[in-house]
Design a binder for this molecule. Structure first.
Ligand code: PLP
Length: 401
């Protein structure tokens, strides 16, 4: 008479199977390129110095208590986060038509946004790029939302399928939601150029679609916070509506603090107040109000111009290390005379690259060379170091020749 004994096991998570495979491999030279968090040249997790300093400052502040924060989070955090993504001179902010809610990192922001859309958007179809971050499907697959897809990645060129993307967006119903990654597309590493973004903006607006930006990598892709926000800001400049999920996991290294924000840009202050009241309903029934430690760290850094400046330097340091790994890997593959065009490795941007290796080659990399990546051939450039680049280049050379 057990009720729970009929529960079926969840399908295997492809990322977890990579992690378990690596964990169970006794080889001293094993290399895990499946991870989604930054590693130093020494292969260690990285806590930013400016984050340590902010935490020390917070620990000394005895005026802080453990009372419930507002349901929408710390007001200063929300204001500064909105400014970070929308820009200092954002008209939408000046006109008080942006709703910003502190959420549990990028994932929580996407989920609260999805719940809001499921409850309030008339057209319930959500379009996701093919491929996209694996969790998008789960985040948007509930209630009455129906998930569809649009072409994004071109296997042949290992770049953007721009024609396919425009064709597919051109056949979407008005009011549908389109999920776009603001920069550093996961898993492909392929971003549209700004000229292509402008075409995407035009089609999104002319079809009356609602763009939902997933911005998990601001500053982490190019090393510059404003450049990585440019695509989003193009959609703000036309005065139209959009949603933006922000995360401080990567750009401040605050993975475990679960700190991010959902921004909903509305057409007027009046609409924004109604939207905010609906978001508060969702937040209240899910978790009442957010935790504040991560938000306090972020606020301390964004508020203080010296700390902010130090953050941008550390952030650029992480982005530059990733960019230099791309260059080193490309050169190492070239030096081995490996067949094929590998220039996509330096053309791609952000944490991830689609190597172009197929599933069979990925399994060979794991079984023969102790190098682990997701079965779609995605590697995290942030898990590589100058020491491990030759090992990866040797293995790639061996599996493709
Ligand atoms: N969106 C994308 C595209 C991601 O790659 C990730 C993390 O890998 C996230 C969102 C969510 O990250 P978090 O919830 O840790 O902020």
């Amino acid at each position: 008479n057990s009720i729970l004994s009929t529960v079926l096991p969840a399908p295997e998570d492809p990322i977890l199977s990579v992690i378990f495979g690596c964990r169970d491999d006794p080889s001293p030279v094993k290399l895990n390129l499946g991870l989604g968090s930054y590693r130093t040249e020494e292969g260690k997790p990285f806590v930013l110095d400016v984050v340590r300093r902010a935490e020390q400052q917070l620990a000394k502040d005895l005026s802080k208590n453990k009372d419930y924060p507002p349901l929408t989070g710390l007001p200063d955090f929300n204001k500064l986060s909105a400014k970070l993504i929308l820009g200092d001179d954002s008209l939408a902010l000046q006109e008080n038509r942006v709703v910003t809610v502190q959420c549990l990192s990028g994932t929580g922001s996407l989920r609260v946004g999805a719940e809001f859309l499921a409850n309030n958007n008339k057209e319930r179809t959500v379009f996701l790029p093919i491929p996209t971050w694996g969790n998008h499907l789960g985040i948007f697959s509930f209630g009455d939302l129906s998930v569809k897809h649009f072409r994004y990645y071109d296997r042949k060129s290992r770049g953007l399928d721009f024609k396919g993307l425009l064709e597919d967006l051109g056949t979407t119903p008005p009011g549908a939601i389109v999920v776009l990654q603001a920069c550093g597309h996961n898993p492909t590493g392929v971003d549209p150029t700004f000229e292509q973004w402008e075409h995407i903006r035009q089609i999104v607006r002319s079809k009356g679609l609602l763009p939902f930006f997933d911005c998990a990598y601001q500053g982490f892709a190019s090393g510059n916070l404003d450049s990585d926000a440019q695509a989003v800001r193009m959609f703000l400049a036309d005065g139209g509506e959009c949603l933006i999920a922000q995360s401080y996991a990567k750009n401040m290294g605050l993975y475990s603090e679960r700190i991010g924000a959902l921004n909903i840009v509305c057409e007027s202050e009046d609409v924004a107040r109604k939207v905010e009241s609906q978001v508060i309903l969702i937040v209240r029934s899910m978790y009442l109000c957010p935790p504040i430690h991560g938000a306090s760290i972020v606020t301390t850094i964004l508020k203080n111009s010296d700390m902010y400046n130090d953050w941008t330097i550390e952030l650029k340091g992480m982005a530059d290390r990733i960019i230099s790994m791309r260059q080193q890997l490309y050169e190492a593959i070239q030096a081995r005379g490996t067949p094929g065009d590998w220039s996509h490795i330096i053309k791609h941007i952000g944490m991830f690259t689609f190597t172009g290796l197929n599933e069979e080659q990925v399994r060979l990399m794991a079984n023969e060379y102790h190098i682990y990546m997701t079965y779609d051939g995605r590697i995290s450039m942030a898990s590589l170091s100058s020491n491990t680049v030759p090992q990866l280049a040797d293995a790639i050379h061996a599996v493709v020749t």
